[in-house]
Design a protein around this ligand. Sequence first.
Ligand SMILES: Cc1cc2nc3c(=O)[nH]c(=O)nc-3n(C[C@H](O)[C@H](O)[C@H](O)COP(=O)(O)O)c2cc1C
Length: 211
Amino acid sequence: MPTLLRIDASISGTASRTRRITQAFTDAWSARGPEFAVVSRDLAADPIPHLPDAALHWPARMRPADAAPPAAAEALQAELIAELVAADVLLLGAPMYNYSLPSTLKAWIDHVHVPGVTADFDEPAHPLAGRPAIIATACGASYEPGGPTDGWDHTVPPLELVLGTAFRMQVEVVATELTLADTIPAMAGMREAAAEQLEAAVERARALAAR
Ligand SMILES: Cc1cc2nc3c(=O)[nH]c(=O)nc-3n(C[C@H](O)[C@H](O)[C@H](O)COP(=O)(O)O)c2cc1C
């Protein structure tokens, strides 16, 4: 049974653009048949705690002898990694918050990026290699290549590094910019472009899910 793991992080509720993209992907995935399962995790409604102990960045065999991470945190980490490894496709809703990713999503990354378990360290460990990972991202302004804010986006690059470089997943980024055009008067002239970008992102998400 092909399983999609969908993780949302936006705190904007029904106004969220990333949720609109992840919903479009999920709907197209589900439309492929009843065997196309979906597991959802909403990090805004149900946040996970920050990683409480550095020992949890490593598997038990690589921790200091006196390491004693909290059992509840270790159990949550095991649950999150098992959920990720059980998924055939990962779909992340990753809004830009302060040029970076939401702290709730960062907490999830801190739990599941474990060298020697989900990524290489002392021996090859790539249970996720080759699997698709779709990053649905949205930002209020624009960070397009060659523009004055080129390089300011620290939302997508760390996710590409962890999912693509460390986990060796096949990463696709579905992005929509200028989302604050609807609310900031000075950006009113960009509303049409923003709407077009969102529509294109939704279409691309549908196409990726059908693939
Ligand atoms: C806490 C917070 C911080 C934000 N920081 C930025 C920012 O640094 N740059 C930017 O372009 N937009 C920023 N925005 C705007 C969001 O990126 C934008 O609203 C985007 O659409 C969020 O995704 P969502 O629609 O899925 O919630 C911020 C929004 C919030 C709530």
